[in-house]
Design a protein around this ligand. Structure first.
Ligand code: ZN
Length: 399
């Protein structure tokens, strides 16, 4: 009997010691004297183990971690890096995730850095340069980001004009020398126009340095005064029924199906929109061009009629539209049909190919009835950003 009592009391003694040990080493014991709220404590115990919590407490880092651990970029394996940076830069919050992720924790934290990190165009690899350039340039955060992204901080001939040039959204570093040359020769031209003109090659002379246009480029094929189709370049064509066109025309299959969808939509709004002209061949354009030269002279012809091989109607992707009640392209502009097209064509993948105000860029007079199929996604970007096909390709397809 005595023996049993001894055994039981020993077991009880060890159990008590064990539970006391468990209590003193538990996370709740670790957190008992902190100023954290109940929810914060729960949050910590839910996401971190004892070792991690004791590290956070030791480093005085819990308040930072509680602010950032719900961020989807938060990575538990970087706990020490977050805390080390926080120790030196008490003001930092969410940005520490970005800094650790991009190995930028050697940079001291301040309000400028916060602003740069938040800028949607900022690149982590340029962060140090933004901060350094900010000391020399009074520009806004957005300007500094653009200028550095465009390498202006490393540019040797800094002046107001060059600064404005580098701030242009469609600035391409590869073209810098040509922008400069163009500006020197045409100091009255706005920097935005200089960027556009040079990007599309209009700092050169039209109908010189002509390159071959390729039908294989599909919906984004470029045919203009610098890009030429050969006489035997003929796309695969599909005939358009007279429900959609005032005369027999043909287009590529994709352009045709976009056309029918668009005209169906216009019909639902009681509009009499139809196509009048689609594909035509090299020989036809040759005749049309020569005829225009004969009637109006070469200078006029070159503003209004492409030379043979330079007319995008030869791609099967271009359409001239009319109000089918009068069938006159020249009366489209002020009609309800013309206005509807201006507003809606991009939803079906069409762009107004020779817009008003862009004559120097396209090389052709404003043409309110000539549209070009490029695809919905591309047409939407061009419409939204007010870009011609030339500008779009130069900026978005040259990188
Ligand atoms: Zn046309």
């Amino acid at each position: 009997m005595k023996k049993l009592i001894i055994i039981f009391s020993s077991i009880a003694f060890f159990l008590i010691i064990f539970f006391v040990f468990l209590y003193f080493t538990s996370t709740s014991f670790l957190l008992r004297n902190t100023s954290l709220s109940k929810t914060e404590k729960e949050n910590l115990t839910e996401h971190f183990n004892k070792k991690e919590i004791s590290y956070l407490l030791e480093e005085d880092c819990t308040s930072l971690i509680l602010k950032i651990d719900q961020n989807k970029e938060f990575e538990k394996q970087n706990l020490e890096k977050y805390c080390t940076y926080y120790k030196q830069n008490k003001e930092v919050t969410e940005e520490v995730i970005y800094l650790v992720k991009h190995n930028l924790t050697n940079l001291p934290y301040d309000e400028n850095m916060k602003a740069f990190i938040e800028d949607e165009h900022a690149k982590p690899e340029n962060l140090k340069r933004y901060l350094e350039f900010k000391k020399q340039d009074a520009g806004t955060t957005e300007e500094i980001v653009t200028l550095v992204n465009h390498n202006y901080d490393a540019f040797s001939n800094k002046n107001d004009t060059m600064r404005r040039l580098h701030l242009e959204p469609y600035f391409l570093l590869n073209n810098i020398d040509r922008y400069q040359t163009y500006l020197n020769n045409h100091p009255e031209t706005s920097t935005s126009m200089v960027v556009s003109l040079v990007n599309v090659g209009m700092d050169g002379t039209p109908y010189t340095n002509i390159q071959k246009a390729n039908l294989e480029d599909g919906n984004l094929i470029l045919v203009n005064k610098f890009h030429k189709l050969r006489e035997n370049d003929v796309p695969t064509l599909s005939a358009v029924t007279d429900q959609y066109s005032t005369q027999t025309i043909s287009l590529t299959k994709e352009a045709k199906s976009a056309l029918t969808r668009m005209i169906d939509a216009a019909n639902k709004e009681n509009l009499s929109l139809k196509a009048k002209v689609g594909y035509y061949n090299y020989a036809t354009q040759s005749y049309t061009y020569q005829d225009t030269v004969r009637l109006h002279g070469e200078a006029y012809a070159d503003q209004h009629e492409p030379r043979p091989g330079h007319n995008e109607h030869q791609t099967g992707l271009a359409i001239d539209f009319v109000n089918s009640k009068n069938n006159d392209v020249n009366r489209l502009k002020d009609s309800e049909e013309g206005k509807w097209l201006m507003e809606n064509a991009h939803f079906y993948g069409f762009i107004l190919r020779y817009p008003e105000g862009k004559e120097a860029i396209t090389g052709f007079a404003y043409n309110p009835y000539h549209y070009r199929y490029v695809g919905i996604e591309e047409a939407t970007i061009m419409k939204k950003e007010n870009l011609t096909l030339e500008e779009y390709l130069a900026f978005y397809k040259s990188k």
